[in-house]
Design a protein around this ligand. Structure first.
Ligand code: RIB
Length: 309
């Protein structure tokens, strides 16, 4: 049976420019295209899990403005649960300014969390029963820390497994890491949280050992072109990246996390879920945008069978 996934995280509107290259500090570059669409790491991961077939509810907060309507319109079209898309009367919906290099498909991003950076104690209390009844909680670091801390504590006390994608990179107290079941950083996030510079598989193993020593039960470190490394107390594996024609890598980590938790929610073990994450991430970079680029279950299953079946 599928476990219920609750994602507690950000929604922001992505304002994306495509450009022949990323500008240097102080430089203006003529771009080739602009788009506006739903984004934010929490929302992207919830959308990825939903499209991958999970039973998922997103808790987030938007303003009572045009950008807030981008969220609700998109979720309604996707037939996602909107009961916990909270409305803030005082703060505007967040946004992200993104530039994508059209040759390398790499990006740079500035995020303004807006309303989802202003989640209150009252907001957390409104979703207490949802969190306590979840089969799995997925969180990131794009909302305000005090609200996130309370949510993690509620889930931990209720015995709900917690997956933390520690993005964007931020230092965290060990008190938080002790409550985390699975952590899914990229190389830079892993370095910030463990002090280990991650460039090779051996580095990833050392960083994973630090996480395990802090009480995290399972570790997945995404390694860009090298693939992804997973480790628990018994086993470890470096899974190579899948070769695809990438046009936009924005949100690839979110796709990975969405596919990964979907597999976990269906009872897959760490290393099978790693493959689901890998396939979901690979498919997402073949199209433009973040949430709208998330693949659907049939595509994920087809590629999974082709590569790992
Ligand atoms: O991970 C990609 C996301 O990060 C973008 O959608 C942007 O909104 C930022 O939050």
């Amino acid at each position: 049976m599928k476990k219920k996934i609750v994602v507690f995280g950000s929604f922001v509107v992505d304002l994306t420019a495509r450009s022949p290259r990323l500008p240097m500090p102080g430089e203006t570059v003529l771009g080739s295209a602009f788009s506006m669409g739903p984004g934010g790491k929490g929302s992207n991961q919830a959308v990825a899990a939903h499209r991958a077939g999970a039973d998922v509810t997103l808790v987030t907060k938007v303003g009572q403005d045009v950008f807030g309507a981008v969220a609700t319109d998109f979720y309604e079209r996707e037939r996602m649960d909107t009961r916990y898309v909270l409305k803030d009367a005082h703060h505007e919906t967040g946004c992200a300014l993104i530039t994508v290099d059209e040759h390398s498909a790499q990006n740079e991003i500035v995020v303004i969390s807006g309303a989802c950076g202003c989640l209150t104690e009252g907001d957390v209390e409104k979703c207490r029963a949802l969190i306590e009844g979840a089969g799995l909680l997925l969180v990131q670091l794009e909302v305000n820390f005090d609200a996130l801390f309370r949510v993690i504590k509620i889930a931990h006390e209720a015995g709900v497994p917690i997956v933390l994608n520690p993005a964007p990179a931020k230092e965290l107290p060990d008190e938080i890491l002790r409550m985390i079941d699975v952590v899914t950083p990229n190389e830079t996030e892993a370095q910030l949280l463990t002090g280990v510079e991650v460039k090779t598989e051996a580095d990833a193993r050392r960083a994973a050992e630090v996480f395990l020593s802090k009480g995290v039960k399972q570790v997945v470190i995404t390694l860009g072109s090298m693939g992804a490394f997973a480790m628990d107390r018994e086993r470890s594996e470096l899974l190579p990246r899948l070769e695809v024609e990438a046009v936009d890598t924005t949100g690839a980590g979110d796709a990975f996390n969405g596919g990964f938790v979907t597999a976990l929610s269906e009872g897959a073990d760490l290393f099978t879920a790693l493959r689901w994450g890998n396939v979901t991430g690979a498919l997402s970079v073949t199209r433009l945008g973040t949430a709208p680029a998330m693949p659907r279950r049939a595509e994920i299953e087809t590629l999974y069978q082709k590569v790992y079946g």
